[in-house]
Structure formats: C-alpha cells, structure tokens
Ligand binder design. Structure first.
Ligand code: MGD
Ligand code: MGD
Ligand code: SF4
Ligand code: MO
Length: 866
C-alpha cells in the first residue's frame, strides 16, 4: 500500500493528491504536502475524491448503436466514417469537440490529428465556454497567451481584487491561500460580484455591481489612478504601446459619480475601492467567469489588464492580473493549441507558423486558417453541414448555451462519437459510437494548472473494464486513417517529448511557452517528474511577446446596458455550487458531496419573489426565450433586485428540473466567441403542485413520472425529491420495488407513506403529502445504512422513537455537520470564531471549504445579539 502522488481531478488550482489504495477500488485520499499548489490542503471536492472512483455508471466497453463491440470494430468504424466524410465533403465537414479535462498528451494528439493531418481547424474545446476571452485578452495585451502570475504572488500581495469569481467555492485552495495572506500580512480583499457569495463573507469590501458594468468600473479605476498620479510613467515609456486617443477615451470615465451610477454601487464604496487600490501597489486581480462569460468578455479582460499595465503592477512579486482557470488542464489545452483559433505551442495562423508545423510534423495539409468556434460549430451542425463529430470529455448537450439547440445539432449529425468514462450522459444518448475512456485514478500523463505548473497525473487503479487512455484511442483512429508513423506512440512520455520539442523548435525567444528542457526527458524522469513551472516570472524584464516586445493597452469602452424587457423582466445568472462539478458525472456519485445542496435552487431577491408570486421553498418555473425549467425557490439576500441565479449542474440523468443548460442565450463575445452565460433575459412564475414528498431507495431510481423529480446520491442509495399533480397512487406503484410492504395511507388527508422491507432491511420508502406534512429526510436516509430497519411505527412516522434534532442542511461535508447544529452551538456555547466552532463541532477544521459559511452564521448571530 504505497501512496501515489497525482493531481486532483477537478479545478485549475491543480492541487497535489496523495492516493493510497486500501483494497479493491477503495482509496485513501490526502493532500500532497510536497505539491507547491496546495502544500497538503484539499477542498471538499478533492477530499471526497475517493467516493467517485468506483465502477458505478462507468462505460466499460465500446458500443456501436447501443451494442457492446470489440475495440477493433469500433475504431475501424470511426476511422472509416471520418475518412468517408472527408473524402465526400472535404476536411471541414468533420469536427472534434474536446475538453480541458483531457490530459496534455491526449489533447496534443487530438489537435495534431485534426489540424495537422485531417487539415481542418474544426477542433474546438469546452475551454471556449470557459476562458477564451482571457486568451484573447492576453494575446491582445502581451502578444501571447501567458498568465503573468503565480500562487507565490498571493503570498506577497497587499490587496486582492476578485472580479467575477466565487473563489471560496470554485477555487477553494486559492481562497484559503488568500485568507492565509490576509491573516499573515493584513492584506485586504475586495470582491466584485453582483451576488453576495460566500467569497464576500469575510471581505473588506464587496462591490455588488450591475452585471456587465465591469469595463466602467475598471476604466473608472484607471482614470482615478491617472488623476492621482499613480501611473508608472517609466514602465509605460519603455514597455507599453498606447493606442491613439486612449487617454481621451478614458476621460469619459473620469467622473467617479457617473461610474458609481453606471455600476449601481454606492459612491463611497467605489471610492473606498479606489483608495485601497491607490494605497496598495502589490495588487493581484483574480478573475474568472463573471468576467470571461460575457458578450463583452474580451474587453472586460483587457480593462483589467490595462489597469495593471498602466500602473506597472505586473512582472513584480505580488502584483499581477491573474486569470484563474477552471478545469484541471485548461492551461495544457492552450499550450497544445486545442482551440479552433490557435495552433500548437502558442502559435497563431501566420503562414510561417503553419509552414513550421508542417515541417515539424512532416504533414502536407496543416490547416491554414482558424476553424469554427463551439457555438458556431454546433449551429453549422444543426444545418446538417457537419457530417461526423467526435466529442471527448465534455457534455455539450448540457453545457453549451441554448442546450436544446446543441441537442438538435447532435441529432442532425449523421455520425457522432462520444469518448467518456461514464455510460449515460445527456450527450452520449446521441452517440452512434461510445468509446470507454480511462478515468481519473487510471489515466496517466500531465496537466498544467492556473499558475503554469505542469504536474503529473498518475494511475493508481487498474482500468475499468476495457477502458483505454484517450491518447491511445485517438492515435488508433489516426493510424487506421493512414497516418501510421505520425501517430506511433507507445506511451504518454513519447507524446510529451514531442510536445516539448515542438515548443522549442525554431523558437528563438518569440514565444515564452518553451518547455524544451524536457525535449529528451527519459521515461524514468517523466515518471518521477516533480511539479514545475514553465515561463519563470513572465515579463519581469519589461519585455513582452509582441514583435516590438512591448505590451499594449487596449481601448475598451463600456457599452450601454439594456433595460429589462416587459416579457422578460429579470436577468438570469448561472454558475456553480461548492460541492458539485459541472454535469455531476463524478461528484454526483459522492453521498457526502450531495448533501451540501440537494436540489437546484433559483435564488431570488425577496421583493422580486413577492412581485412574481413566489414563496421560499416552493417550486417555480424559470423561462427564457430558449427554454424553461423548474427549480426550488430560494429567497436570498445575496441577490440584487431583478437578477436571479441558477446552478449549472443538474441534467436529464438526475432530474426533471433545474436544467439550466436549456436557458442561456447563445450570444457570444465577438472576439473570443465565448458565450455570455451570466446574463439572459428571463421570467419566473410559480409552479403550483398538489402534492410533494420524497423517495428513499436502495436501488437506482428508474425514470420517474412526476412534474418535478430530482435525485441525489445517499449512502447506500438515493434520495429523490418529488412533486406533482393528480393521483399519487400510480407513481407509488411505479417506483417501489417488490418486498414486504408497510403502509399508512390516509386518502382524506392526502397522506401516503409506504416502506418496503426485505428480511427486515429497508429497500425503499416513499412519503407524499398534499398538505406539506413530511418527515425529515435525515433519519430515513440513515435507515438504508442499517441491516435491520427501525420498527414499522417509526418508519411510517419517519422518525426514531426518541426524536432526533433536525440538523438542517449539511454545511460541513467532512464531519457531516448541519446548519441548525452550528447555529445552536454558536448560541449555546457563545462561540465567536470559526476556530471555536471547529473545536466544538469539528466543522470547518478539515478541508476548510465550509469556513466562509460558518463565518456567515457567526456574523448573523452577532447581528442578532446587537
Ligand atoms: N465547486 C466547483 N468548482 C469549480 C467548478 C465546478 O463546477 N464546481 N468548475 C470549475 C470551472 S471549469 C470554472 S470555469 C471555474 C469557475 O469559477 P467562477 O468563475 O468562480 O464560478 P461561477 O460560479 O461560474 O461565476 C463566478 C461569479 O461571477 C459572477 N458574475 C456574474 N455576472 C457578473 C458580472 O457581470 N460581473 C462580475 N464582476 N461578476 C459577475 C457570478 O455572480 C458568480 O458568483 O470553477 C472551477 N471550479
Ligand atoms: N449556463 C452555464 N453553462 C456553462 C457554464 C456556466 O457558468 N453557465 N460554464 C461553462 C464552463 S466554464 C465549462 S468548463 C463547461 C463544463 O461543461 P462540460 O465539460 O460539459 O462538463 P463536465 O460535466 O465536466 O463534462 C465532462 C465529461 O467528460 C467526462 N470525462 C471526465 N474525465 C474524462 C477523461 O479523462 N476522458 C474522457 N474521454 N472523458 C472524461 C465526464 O464523465 C463528463 O461526461 O460548462 C460551461 N457551461
Ligand atoms: S481546490 Fe479543490 S477541486 Fe481544486 S484542485 Fe484543489 S482540491 Fe481539487
Ligand atoms: Mo470552466
């Protein structure tokens, strides 16, 4: 039982994980104390990785038309159908849609096959939806897509500005490092986000700005810096090109009062932000989807970078604009050129680059122009113009904007191949061929995190069934298409060496991305590779990757923000929950992670809820011009008026409600093609139901015929929330397994309670009510974990003989501590700090992901005392 050092499967923080197999597919997960990204810390998702490595739901064999086949048949068919389409309709009639969750080696060969040998650039990636605006911003400002920051800067900064980033939930270990810097050196934290998220909980300042007004804010800040004499004249003179009329255009933002009005924030708050910025030159501005996922995403990125360039807050310790990446290998994908708009090794489509790639790869037909960006690619597909599509490691039927459009496109494509580790996804239901890929824990290669650190992912489990590495699958198809020698690799290290060689090939310093030091790395050294950062401290010498080596300010203007429409009076913002990852194919397997948010909420301001006729905890239908879905109403003080927020995680696999992917409009940034996921005109109406309740079941629930049904994993089973109209009996009949039944049915009072046992063990139980009289879920769910369920009366009552206190929703996933427990302990034991709560209940003392939530409860309790 030796520990294997690998990296976390989830976010771009890129934490090191130490995994020890303790038997079968059981694994003990620890933070890797030697990894520079996390030094042993892990968040809730990383901590509970062990609950996601079983075989449940895995795709174990290749399938053609739903039938199990051998690898040879599946690979032959894929190669033949792609070759046919290319022969009959040309190379641009086929496409790959790939992902920042592939390893660098997988990504490299996918890009090489499409751009180098098929000769089309129709390979795009879910990174288009994620950070393509940051890529454009970097290219425009620096001449290369380089993130000029590292986590060491977090330890040296005096001011953190988080723009459009719910860091406490989405990059929790970065958030913990920020908190550590604040504790150690009194660094200040400003959060710029229309919502009051848990990231704002302990912030020095929260600017709840009007969505889409970030350019006004940043231009206003820059105008302030200019007024106050904070520009770095020497740096501007030596290292930065300033477009004509740049300062004049900025004058429009010179009036702080007008900026406050545009951004809809208090003038005092705006001025506090400006003063903090003036006083603390060691500033790191971290940004993510609130900035990128906008139809003005690229300009918003450049508005941030402009401020850093003009004040010289770049290339120095503790001072940088920092685009934090979402997926574990978003950065690796950028390095291999996985976007339709880039070429490998940070090259663009300049003719000399195309020629250089042709020489290096020994390829005749290297694509000479950019390909279709994700949304356009699916539009073209819906028109029937893409004849063969290969989707790898992403779930576009959920994650593209206007997902119904994406589904129509998949349905219109004559040949769809899906490589995934999971058998049934909303995307794979459209696949003609399904190819089983190795999952985290089985796959082997490298990833690059937000701070340019390349780390190994290592295998510690055997392959599931016949699953194969993605690089193997891709190269097998390439070889069958006739490119035998160009795709001959025996192991990931072979691909990595080629990738490293390409980065240094005829690169006389023009591109900072150069990992030539590894061009001849031995297999043993690759296996033993320690995490290392490429690019050192970029731009520290004031030299950039542009032809004249100078950075560029970019003229960006705040566009007028449209007023709400009568039919669509609200705007829909979408994003993430703390303990779920995207379409839940993996976090959905973990009972512990399921408990933080068991249902998809539509969060709404109390006044809007009244105006729309909604009540907290009831159901509502959210509609946009693209589609509609049902959510549980969560009235929230964190929402601005007129704005609602929905999570992105629920899919057809878990739910008939909360299907957020159907809602966003497919409008994109004109430069990057990134969709504006955060702002869609919408309306909300009550969704009346006659009865509600829940089902607890040991076996996976089948399709459930109820107006609203969402399921989450529980220990030894599932918990399904249900609501509907009309008769309840048919539903009960359809969802309960055979066995010994005990029931309490009171038709007059509209109460159905049925439990099914087998040899005394609970198999399933359903509780439905027309009056809202329902037991707590906790105890009944716990009955699945016992050999002998409690006596019939307790099962029907839904509570133990000696009543248990209601713990409320789970806040701490590590120690299973509920909201009500924490509130009670704070009151009874007069706890005054997060540490004190940790000592009393354990909550917050392990992974730390729930510390902001505890902070909020402490704040509320204190408020009540006052
Ligand atoms: N728990 C969890 N962590 C994850 C992921 C996950 O699925 N779950 N996914 C990973 C991935 S791929 C990504 S890309 C990252 C995303 O990480 P984040 O970007 O932090 O996450 P989001 O929730 O998408 O959006 C961030 C915030 O942008 C705000 N916002 C909306 N509109 C505006 C605006 O106009 N201006 C500003 N300033 N802010 C705005 C939203 O209110 C939201 O709170 O998370 C990564 N980490
Ligand atoms: N409305 C709205 N939509 C959004 C966003 C938003 O904020 N709002 N955010 C966008 C962003 S930033 C992102 S990154 C996307 C994410 O969206 P997706 O990429 O669609 O989401 P995932 O659930 O991560 O899908 C990954 C798939 O790959 C599979 N997989 C995992 N590992 C491997 C592997 O090694 N090999 C193979 N072949 N398969 C694997 C998983 O089982 C899963 O099915 O969503 C985007 N969509
Ligand atoms: S912050 Fe959490 S999800 Fe992200 S890499 Fe680290 S442990 Fe994994
Ligand atoms: Mo992302």
């Amino acid at each position: 039982m030796t520990a294997v050092r690998t990296t976390c499967a989830y976010c771009g923080v890129g934490c090191g994980v130490s995994a020890t197999v303790t038997g079968g597919r059981q694994v003990d997960i620890r933070g890797d104390v030697d990894h520079p990204a996390n030094r042993g810390r892990l968040c809730s998702k990383g901590t509970h990785l062990g609950e996601t490595v079983g075989l449940e739901g895995r795709l174990l064999h290749p399938e053609i038309a739903g039938k199990k086949v051998g690898w040879d048949r599946a690979l032959d068919l894929v190669a033949r159908r792609f070759a046919d389409a290319i022969r009959r309709h040309g190379p641009d009639s086929v496409a790959f849609y790939v992902s920042g969750q592939l390893l660098t080696e997988d990504y490299y060969v996918a890009n090489k096959l499409m751009k180098g040998f098929i000769g089309s650039s129709n390979i795009d990636t879910n990174s288009r939806l994620c950070m393509s605006s940051a890529v454009v911003g970097h290219n425009r400002a620096f001449g290369e897509d380089v993130v000029p920051a590292s986590y060491d800067d977090l330890d040296a900064a005096d001011l953190f500005v988080l723009v459009g980033s719910n860091t406490a939930w989405c990059h929790p270990v970065v958030y913990q490092r920020i908190q550590a810097a604040r504790a150690a050196r009194g660094a200040q934290l400003v959060v710029v986000d229309p919502r009051r998220t848990e990231t704002c909980e302990d912030a020095d300042l929260h600017l709840a700005l009007r969505p889409g007004s970030d350019v006004a804010l940043m231009n206003g800040l820059l105008a302030h810096c200019r007024r106050e004499g904070l520009l770095d004249a020497g740096f501007l003179r030596d290292s930065v090109n300033i477009p004509e009329g740049f300062w004049e255009a900025l004058d429009a933002h010179g009036d702080a009062g007008a900026v406050a009005t545009t951004c809809d924030v208090a003038l005092e708050d705006l001025q506090r932000f400006f003063h903090l910025f003036s006083a603390r030159p060691r500033t790191v501005t971290l940004f993510s989807q609130g900035v990128n996922q906008s139809v003005r995403g690229s300009d918003q990125v450049n508005a941030i970078i402009n401020v850093h360039l003009a004040t010289g807050r770049i290339g120095k310790p503790g001072a940088a604009p920092f685009s934090i990446t979402g997926q574990p290998n978003a950065m690796g994908g950028r390095e291999v050129g996985g976007l339709a708009s880039t070429l490998a090794a940070h090259m663009d489509f300049a003719p000399e680059n195309v020629a250089r790639l042709a020489r290096f790869w020994g390829a005749q037909d290297v694509a000479a122009k950019p390909g279709l960006k994700a949304v356009d690619l699916f539009r073209r597909m819906r028109e029937g113009r893409i004849k063969a599509l290969w989707v790898m490691a992403t779930n576009p039927a959920v994650s593209l904007p206007d997902a119904n459009m994406a589904r129509e496109a998949l349905a219109a494509c004559p040949f769809v191949v899906v490589s995934d580790c999971i058998a049934d996804t909303d995307t794979s239901s459209h696949a003609h061929v399904k190819l089983p890929a190795l999952a985290w824990g089985e796959k082997d290669g490298t990833v690059t995190n937000s701070e340019r650190v390349i780390s190994r992912q290592r295998a510690f489990l055997p392959p599931a069934g016949e699953a194969k590495p993605d690089w193997w699958i891709i190269t097998q198809v390439a070889r069958r298409m006739g490119w035998e020698s160009a795709f001959y690799y025996a192991r990931p290290a072979d691909i990595y060496r080629e990738h490293a060689r390409l980065s240094t090939y005829q690169n006389a310093g023009a591109r900072l991305f150069n990992i030539g030091a590894h061009a001849a790395i031995s297999n043993a050294a690759y296996d033993a590779m320690e995490p290392w950062r490429w690019g050192g401290a970029p731009f520290a010498d004031g030299r950039f990757s542009t032809p004249d080596r100078r950075a560029r300010l970019v003229k960006v203007e705040q566009r007028a923000l449209p007023a709400p429409l009568e039919r669509w009076p609200l705007t829909l913002n979408t994003g993430r929950y703390r303990d779920h990852w995207h379409t839940m194919t993996r976090t959905g397997l973990s009972p512990r992670l399921a408990r933080h948010r068991q249902e998809p909420l539509i969060e709404i301001h109390a006044a809007d809820a009244i105006a729309c006729g909604l009540k907290d905890g009831e159901l509502a239908r959210v509609e946009t011009p693209q589609g509609a879905s049902i959510y549980r109403v969560g009235i929230s003080e964190g929402q601005r008026r007129g704005e609602i927020f929905a999570p992105i995680h629920w899919t057809d696999q878990q739910s008939s409600g909360g299907r957020t992917g159907l809602l966003p409009r497919p409008t994109v940034d004109p430069h990057s093609g990134q969709p504006g996921f955060k702002l869609t005109p919408a309306r909300v109406d009550p969704f009346p139901v006659e009865w509600s309740g829940f089902l607890v079941t040991r076996t996976a629930p089948r399709a459930i015929n109820a107006a609203y049904a969402t399921r989450v994993r529980a220990p030894q089973g599932w918990l399904v929330e249900l609501s509907g109209n009309g008769e309840m009996a048919p539903l009960i009949k359809s969802v309960l397994p055979a066995g010994e039944r005990i029931e309490a049915i009171d038709v007059a009072r509209g109460q159905f309670r049925v439990a099914v046992l087998m040899n005394g063990q609970l198999q399933a139980a359903i509780y439905l009510s027309r009056t809202g009289n329902l037991p707590q879920r906790d105890w009944i769910v716990s009955q699945l974990e016992t050999e002998q369920a409690g006596p019939a009366v307790t099962l029907l009552a839904g509570r133990p003989a000696t009543p248990q206190a209601d713990r409320g929703p789970i806040v701490c996933a590590c120690f299973d501590v509920g909201l009500k427990q924490i509130i009670a302990a704070i009151g009874e034991q007069r706890l005054a700090s997060v540490e004190a709560v940790g000592n009393a209940l354990g909550a917050g003392s392990n992974c730390g992901s729930c510390r902001p939530a505890i902070q909020r409860l402490l704040g509320e309790a204190l408020g009540e005392h006052a």
